[in-house]
Write a new protein. Structure first.
Length: 163
């Protein structure tokens, strides 16, 4: 049975597609393709149908990650097919938990940086949209740091599932 993860930010053109791309690479490196799937979405529909921000694409490609992406809005009906919903900041966390149809679904929502032991108390990934390329580089660093812990947590969840 496939384990499904969805990364969520505001418009689904910066942070969440970057997190999706990095996590997919970690899944492939761990030889978990087919057992773990990742995608992303936004809390709003502002950029639905658009590609990722060109700055996000540039930073991803510069670091060897896939950058193919089309923005979409997260739907409450998706909770039933997802195992984990990863919010990129506390505003997304609240919005997603409010959107969750059940308490069980609300418990599926986690902050990405909660998987990074070095993150401390500040678990938000800052929105790089209104800044320069350095904000996208910082975003990528935070995403990479948290992805290892997230992958470890997903592996633990996979132990009880049929391959």
């Amino acid at each position: 049975m496939t384990y499904r993860v969805c990364f969520v930010c505001t418009g689904n053109i910066c942070r969440s597609p970057m997190a999706e791309s990095v996590f997919r690479a970690r899944v492939a490196e761990a030889d978990l393709d087919g057992r773990v799937e990742a995608d992303s979405a936004g809390t709003g529909d502002w950029h639905e149908g658009d590609g990722a921000d060109p700055r996000a694409v540039s930073v991803l490609e510069e670091h060897g990650y896939d950058s193919d992406h089309t923005a979409r809005q997260f739907q409450a009906s998706w909770f039933s097919r997802l195992d984990l919903v990863i919010a990129l900041d506390s505003g997304h966390l609240r919005a997603l938990r409010d959107l969750a149809p059940t308490e069980e679904d609300a418990r599926k929502v986690r902050l990405l940086r909660s998987y990074d032991p070095a993150a401390g108390d500040d678990l938000d990934v800052p929105d790089p949209y209104f800044g320069g390329l350095d904000g996208f580089e910082e975003c990528l660093e935070m995403v990479e740091a948290a992805s290892e812990g997230l992958l470890a947590a997903v592996r633990e969840q996979l132990k009880g599932r049929a391959a």
